[in-house]
Design a protein around this ligand. Structure first.
Ligand code: ASP
Length: 345
């Protein structure tokens, strides 16, 4: 009797392994990243700058994809891809974060897993080299979803995170940008729409699990204490295996009001195809509201869509066929941008 049972379990085990391998071989991998949306035109770009940005986008998407190929989770892939962009001075996250009106860097980040709806987020942190790592730690090492400011930094210290001097985040480009924005400031505060080069990633792993993450310095010249959509689950980041995963970039106040990332996934869960759902939210609902920006999104089959209503959006992907695409501007044939603002990048 015992032997028979043992044999039975052995067969089940081997069959399980076999099935698992087949499933692994068949399960598509995919990743899509963004490096922010805004007024990004060919006229405003030099060949040299474009080449550097493309190289950074490529390094990021490849770093994430390498993780997926190794068998890492989509969460690990998202973190790997985002860290490359956080460590680059070219993007508004980590090293290249914008300055707030007081001349300080206040960074936000979030991550979410589509399998169990686990999520982690940090807001207004000033000394963390890779805020996405801290968001991950809030998700995995605490019972909370979101931590902010000094409490988040104290948590980071306890977890052994390396704390950076504010000088690490100081880039001359962002400092000069703040000075230009301040010089243009009017009594009516017209210059509200100063967002640039936030970063994000969305991935699908071998287990068929989706994950999404976003990291930003927020908007240049923002008020001290202002928090945008990027660390807000449902607004700037969302992932659910039943529908899709989304990372957003744009005018955060609008992305919060229209709960953009969840709004898209909710439509997908109700049966709307991914690209239609994302297009409706970005190019109809947000355009009517005058909320500028875009998203990267992926469904559980690995379909990718990257709509934006601004002039450009830094983006790169490796799809389920292993095809890599890197884009900055609108592609040929795409309609003119619905919303154009005086946004620098
Ligand atoms: N959405 C970000 C914020 O409002 C900025 C960006 O995407 O560039 O903080």
């Amino acid at each position: 009797m015992y032997e028979q049972t043992a044999k039975y379990f052995l067969i089940i085990f081997i069959a399980g392994l076999f099935n698992m391998n087949t499933a692994l071989a068949d399960t598509p991998l995919a990743i899509v990243i963004h490096g922010g949306a805004g007024t990004i035109t060919r006229a405003s770009m030099t060949d040299e700058k474009e080449a550097t940005i493309r190289a950074a986008l490529k390094a990021s998407v490849q770093a994430g994809y390498r993780e997926l190929v190794k068998g890492a989770t989509s969460t690990e892939a998202v973190v790997a891809a985002i860290k490359v962009l956080e460590d680059s001075p070219l993007f508004n996250a980590g090293k290249g974060a914008v300055f707030n009106a007081a001349g300080n860097n206040e960074m936000d980040a979030s991550i979410m897993e589509g399998a169990g709806l686990n999520a982690g987020a940090v807001a207004s942190v000033a000394h963390i080299r890779n805020p996405i790592d801290l968001a991950l730690s809030v998700m995995t090492d605490s019972e909370h979803v979101m931590m902010m400011g000094e409490g988040a930094e104290e948590f980071a210290r306890q977890k052994g995170f390396e704390m950076m001097d504010p000088a690490y985040f100081h880039t001359d480009f962002r400092w000069q940008q703040l000075q230009r924005i301040k010089a243009k400031e009017t009594a009516q505060q017209e210059q509200r729409d100063q967002w640039f080069s936030t970063v994000g990633a969305v991935a699908l792993d071998r287990n068929g699990d989706l994950a999404a993450g976003t990291s930003t310095g927020g908007t240049s010249n923002k008020r001290w204490g202002r928090v945008g959509d990027s660390p807000i689950i449902g607004a700037g980041t969302y992932a659910n295996n039943n529908s899709c995963a989304v990372s957003a970039t744009g005018h955060g106040e609008y992305f919060i009001r229209y709960v953009v990332a969840y709004n898209i996934c909710n439509r997908v869960e109700s049966g709307t195809p991914l690209s239609e759902a994302a297009d409706t939210v970005i190019n109809d609902i947000l355009v009517k509201a005058k909320g500028q920006g875009g998203v990267i999104a992926m469904d559980h089959s690995g379909n990718i869509t990257t709509p934006f209503n601004s002039e450009g959006m830094y983006r790169a992907s490796i799809d389920t066929d292993g095809e890599m695409t890197i884009s900055i501007y609108r592609e040929e044939g795409e309609p003119e941008p619905a919303l154009m603002g005086n946004v620098e990048h």
